[in-house]
Design a protein around this ligand. Structure first.
Ligand code: SF4
Length: 79
């Protein structure tokens, strides 16, 4: 199990592209106008990526205006 799980509650995304500006190594814009996590798994309507290094993803979660990016360390929600 990886140290961190990044979860994108994609239906809530308003496509502002802030996450892609802050953490382009992880986030990209989709042609449908919403953000995607590169290389993620789909869990229902969520996108999930497990990583051992957060990189800039905590900042991406902090700048998301609708708080649809969540980060868990092990099973503890940190944002
Ligand atoms: S910052 Fe949030 S609302 Fe904006 S594109 Fe990224 S996930 Fe969507």
């Amino acid at each position: 199990m990886a140290e961190f799980k990044i979860l994108h509650d994609r239906p809530v995304c308003i496509g502002c592209a802030a996450c892609t500006a802050v953490a382009p190594e992880t986030w990209e814009m989709n042609a449908d106008g919403k953000a995607d996590i590169k290389g993620c798994k789909e869990e229902g309507s969520n996108q999930v990526l497990e990583v051992n290094e957060l990189g800039n993803n905590q900042q991406a979660a902090e700048v998301c205006p609708v708080n649809c990016i969540h980060i868990f360390q092990k099973d503890k929600k940190i944002i």
